[in-house]
Design a protein around this ligand. Structure first.
Ligand code: RRO
Length: 327
């Protein structure tokens, strides 16, 4: 009888005998069943793309950065896969905020929908956020301070005073979960200055990093740039960006007073996800790998992360989050 009960529990109820490794997490007050989700911009502009992301094994769905009006974006070719990553000069193509608000109102997946906002002026950002504040179905907003591809518009995140001014205006009226997406920083003083500003506001999260702005990739055969807009200059993502992304995640993890970090940049394997979390990320976005591999990347990355966690004896994300050791 005891043998039968044991055989039953081994075949039908294997879970209690296995070591569970969960990749659920939370970004501050926002629980996610999976620490992975898409980066804004990667396969998340249209309703069909957002529906596919809603069905994928991810913790959230994040939409393409929205402006008030529909934008066609820059002329093509404006995105290329390149050997160790990607280059893009998309120019903020999006369907306009009305589309994303309607999509949010009808969203019924078992995970949060995040909207991304990238107004071209402070006033446009305020208008967008006032609309979102009144809307239903929006889990959080990622305010994009770092689009590198709008000719004549510098990245707000590279101007500390402008960032402070924008956030002062936003938090004067906005009281729902809102985070910011930062550009990469390369100088320790710049980390300190931006962190000092961000610490003054009730941010739900800080996403590090957007693409590394204004790289140039050459098509040697044609002796041209690989992209058409902006003389070929575009944001670099993928493995090229990983060490910079990890440095930004880790520096802001240390400098911010408890504001959760979302890591983004160079995630190709479960080990890359692990490294982001070790550096302090609470959740990790995937951009270039999603563009190159499609939605299948999420199953693979989740399995690779869990397998590494098992090898190392970690049971949950919190066991190693931010626990980068010193040498
Ligand atoms: O659309 C773009 O050109 C773009 C945006 Br909004 C962004 O935030 N980051 C990027 O690499 N491209």
């Amino acid at each position: 009888m005891r043998f039968v009960a044991l055989a039953f529990s081994l075949t039908l109820c294997p879970k209690p005998l296995m070591r569970p490794t969960a990749i659920e997490t939370e970004i501050g007050q926002i629980p996610l069943q999976n620490c992975l989700y898409n980066a804004s911009g990667a396969r998340c502009t249209t309703g069909e793309e957002l529906d596919s992301l809603a069905r994928a094994p991810t913790g959230a769905v994040l939409a393409k950065s929205a402006t008030i009006a529909y934008r066609k974006g820059n002329p093509k070719p404006r995105y290329r896969d390149i050997p160790f990553g990607s280059i893009n000069a998309m120019g903020l193509p999006n369907l306009g905020i009305d589309f994303y608000l309607d999509y949010a109102a009808a969203f019924s997946a078992e995970k949060p929908l995040f909207l991304s906002v990238a107004g071209l002026t402070t006033a446009e950002n305020h208008t967008l956020l006032k609309r979102i504040q009144k809307a239903a179905g929006v889990g959080a907003v990622e305010l994009n301070l770092s689009c590198p591809n709008i000719p004549g518009k510098p990245q707000t995140g590279y101007d500390v005073a402008q960032t402070e001014h924008l956030l002062q205006g936003v938090f004067a009226f906005y009281d729902k979960p809102l985070g910011v997406k930062l550009p990469p920083y390369f100088d320790r003083v710049h980390f300190d200055q931006m962190a000092a500003v961000l610490n003054r506001f009730p941010l739900a999260f800080v996403t590090c990093i957007n693409s590394m702005g204004n790289g140039l990739h050459i098509d040697v055969e044609r002796e041209t740039a690989s992209l058409k807009p902006k003389g070929g200059f575009g944001g670099i993502g993928g493995l090229y960006a990983k060490p910079t992304a990890l440095a930004n995640v880790n520096r802001f993890y240390k400098l911010l007073d408890g504001i959760p970090i979302v890591g983004c940049g160079g995630v190709q394997t479960g080990t890359d996800v692990f490294e982001h979390i070790l550096c302090g990320a609470s959740a990790v976005q995937v951009g270039t790998s999603l563009m190159k591999e499609g939605l299948a990347c999420f199953t693979r990355l989740g399995e690779e992360l869990q397998s590494l966690m098992r090898e190392k004896g970690y049971v949950r994300v919190a066991d190693f989050k931010g626990k980068l050791k010193s040498l």
